[in-house]
Design a binder for this molecule. Structure first.
Ligand code: HEC
Ligand SMILES: [Cu+2]
Length: 345
């Protein structure tokens, strides 16, 4: 297993660009530098904070340079003790201390005000949110519920959040176990997900693209593999995706698929839900539209048939400690299960 495991890991790296359907030249910055929130920002929930960061850095660098120059100047001007012109303790220097302290206080005060203005600007969207989601953190994956006044139009998915561009999206944040934190660096700041409490955050993307998100509150061994993706799409594409997700799983009848469905109901349904089947487990990612997702297992690997089989049979080797056991299955069971899973599009 060791050899194939490292091969698997390499596969992740070389596979990734293939998944991004656009050629590299057409890729937007959010795909090239997904975590570079200091230089890039793609929405009104993060833009003001980015500018605040720039102002802080510019001002602090300027202060550092000025103080350094003053210090160098003072050191160079120092007379040696033997110099008959050197003077002893002077009492006239205090006014410079007052001036210096005064300038520092004004600068710090201005930064406090600017920070408060920024916090206020990003605290709520300028228009009512187009969409409300509930995202629940689990060790180590994300449950994503799309709310709707009409219960029949609600649906659940996992680890991949689709949003329409240029519209604020309200996200209610919960946790099913320990404290997690929700963070899409180039779209918004971090917000904690605390058991028993519902926090809120809003995000909005100006540009279409795939934005990486990550849990940023250490939550256990697989904290680093608790990632997700925000896919920002045009209104039309988003609607198509949403309609697809609302559907229950297509019922395909074929010998293999039927056998695979039975194995799934016997072995996996205690944890996983597939809407439209009897599988209604509540402690694992909803797999109704598994094939529509780009990554699995909290962003660990790309969602290819090969990776799926490796994940199902070796989950504990790929993501030690994950709340899914490595499933022991025969070759025949694996191929039947794969046939069934491939219908979940
Ligand atoms: C004991 C509960 C449990 C059982 C049984 C179980 N799983 Fe899972 N499964 C999980 C959990 C929890 C995760 C999320 C793990 C993570 O990402 O850390 C998961 C993740 C997955 C994923 C990745 C989903 C995604 O979008 O990231 C697939 C696919 C999957 N399981 C398939 C199966 C299949 C097929 C079986 C039966 C052969 C099965 N599981 C049995 C709990 C279970
Ligand atoms: Cu976490």
């Amino acid at each position: 297993m060791n050899g194939s495991k490292s091969g698997f890991r390499r596969g992740i790296v070389s596979n990734y660009p293939v998944l991004v359907t656009a050629p590299v030249s057409a890729m937007t910055d959010n795909q090239i530098a997904p975590l570079n929130y200091f230089l890039h920002s793609y929405g009104p929930a993060s833009m003001p904070t980015m500018y605040l960061g720039w102002v802080f850095v510019a001002l602090l660098v300027a202060i550092f340079v000025i103080i350094s120059l003053l210090l160098i100047w003072a050191v160079l001007r120092k007379r040696s003790a033997e110099d008959p012109r050197s003077v002893g303790r002077e009492d006239q220097g205090m006014q410079w201390i007052y001036i210096g302290t005064g300038i520092s206080t004004c600068i710090l005060f201005a930064l406090v005000i600017y920070t408060l203005i920024t916090l206020n600007a990003i605290s709520k969207p300028t228009q009512a949110p187009a969409l409300t989601l509930t995202v629940t953190g689990y060790d180590w994956w994300w449950k994503v519920e799309y709310e709707n006044d009409d219960p029949s139009r609600r649906f659940v998915t996992a680890n991949e959040i689709h949003i329409p561009i240029r519209q604020p999206v309200l996200i209610k944040l919960k946790s099913a176990d320990v404290i997690h934190a929700f963070w899409v660096p180039v779209l918004a700041g971090k917000t904690q997900m605390i058991p028993g409490l519902t926090n809120q955050q809003w995000i909005e993307a100006d540009v279409e693209g795939v934005y990486l998100g990550q849990c940023t509150q250490y939550c256990g061994v697989q904290h680093a593999h608790m990632g997700f993706e925000v896919v920002a799409q045009s209104e039309d594409e988003f609607k198509i995706w949403q309609d697809g997700q609302r559907r229950t799983a297509a019922t395909v009848f074929a010998v293999d698929v039927n056998a695979g469905r039975k194995i799934f109901l016997d072995r996996c349904a205690g944890c996983h839900t597939i809407r439209g089947t009897e599988a209604a487990g509540a402690h694992a990612p909803d797999l109704t539209h598994l094939k529509s997702r780009r990554l699995i297992a909290g962003g660990l690997v790309t969602n290819t048939p090969d990776h799926l089989v490796k994940w199902i049979t070796h989950a504990q080797e790929l993501k030690p400690g994950a709340r899914m056991p490595s499933m022991v299955l025969t070759e025949a069971e694996i191929s039947a299960l794969s046939a069934f899973l491939s219908t979940l599009n």
